[in-house]
Design a binder for this molecule. Structure first.
Ligand SMILES: Nc1ncnc2c1ncn2[C@@H]1O[C@H](COP(=O)(O)OP(=O)(O)OP(=O)(O)O)[C@@H](O)[C@H]1O
Ligand SMILES: [Mg+2]
Length: 297
């Protein structure tokens, strides 16, 4: 397990440069859940009752931006999709940065499949990240933008070119290889960015509000695409979103983050129906008979 691709919700260009600083390791074969050899079953810090076999394990991660102190503690099993919700400034992107290796915690550990990757450089982590925008280089074609995930110098061999074509096909963009970002819709651009994540074959996919700028129908389409790819490749997905409907659509569990902490981490329907005041205040609605009431959720 090694390697990483990351781009950021903000500072995207900077992060894209970080992404291509180091070539990814050879990536062959299926990624994900096979042979999970993590620690024994645990419910540590889950804020929920179900025991899980941790695959992505953030242990008492502390981090500080000036006056903002954060502490993240949660674990999720392989192949799951977790939604990360919470108020603006709560620390959602920071959590993703800590997992992706763009920020280093002051204390605590990030473990993946039982391996401590806290000190691993970003580019070698078993993680790939999709950001809200600026995921693509405007002067490169769709195929070249995807190819960057395999070789920053774009010296691709025949196998790698086949991987690129296959990834574009997987995201529904066969035939779009030579288009540049300006010739693509917003949804198509994010599909290209997803294809680049796919060719990197990292088992953990982090999504930082990547579909926030898309309309409802396109967003649902993209969420369903992510879900299908997660199932096909056994990816473990963490998705930051401000829309609870996104969480309800594809996330088995949801983490609610406020003031730099995971306040609650539970099954999505349960969390969205929780009477926790901070969650209710964030969602802006009250549960009725413990049920989730907004249509579409
Ligand atoms: N580079 C930085 N330097 C100093 N403070 C920062 C930096 N990046 C983020 N912060 C602060 O850390 C806190 C958490 O920011 P973060 O971007 O993680 O929030 P968020 O939950 O992703 O918010 P949003 O929903 O608006 O994207 C905020 O108070 C923010 O101002
Ligand atoms: Mg953010």
């Amino acid at each position: 397990m090694s390697g990483l691709s990351v781009v950021f919700q903000s500072n995207s260009i900077l992060s894209l440069k970080k992404l291509i600083e180091q070539p990814p390791p050879p990536l062959r074969g299926r990624v994900g859940v096979g042979g999970v050899a993590g620690p024994a079953l645990t419910s540590r810090s889950l804020h929920t009752l179900e025991p899980i076999m941790p695959f992505l394990d953030c242990r008492a991660l502390t981090f500080r931006y000036e006056d903002m102190r954060m502490r993240f503690d949660f674990a999720e099993e392989a192949g799951a999709c977790v939604a990360v919700i919470g108020p603006s400034g709560a620390g959602k992107s920071t959590l993703l940065s800590l997992i992706g290796g763009f920020e280093r915690p002051d204390s605590g550990q990030v473990l993946v499949d039982g391996t401590d990757i806290t000190d691993w450089p970003a580019a070698r982590r078993p993680v790939t990240t999709l950001f809200q925008d600026h995921n693509l280089f405007a002067h490169l074609t769709a195929a070249q933008n995807v190819g960057l995930g395999l070789d920053p110098g774009l010296h691709l061999d025949a196998d790698q070119r086949r991987d690129v074509a296959q990834a574009l096909e997987q995201v529904g963009l066969a035939g779009f290889e030579t288009r540049r970002p300006a010739q693509l819709s917003g949804g198509e651009r994010q599909r290209v960015a997803i294809a680049r994540c796919l060719v990197r074959r990292r088992p953990i996919l982090l999504l930082d509000e990547p579909f926030a700028a898309l309309g409802p129908a396109m967003r649902q389409e993209m969420l369903d695409l992510v879900d299908a790819l997660r199932r096909a490749a056994g990816l473990t997905v963490l998705m930051v979103t401000h829309d609870p409907a996104d969480a309800a659509r594809i996330a088995g569990r949801t983490a609610f983050i406020a003031d730099g902490e995971v306040v609650m981490f539970d099954k999505t329907q349960r969390l969205l129906a929780s009477d926790n005041p901070a969650i209710r205040a964030y969602l802006g609605c009250a549960p009725i008979r413990g049920e989730f009431i907004r249509p579409g959720w």
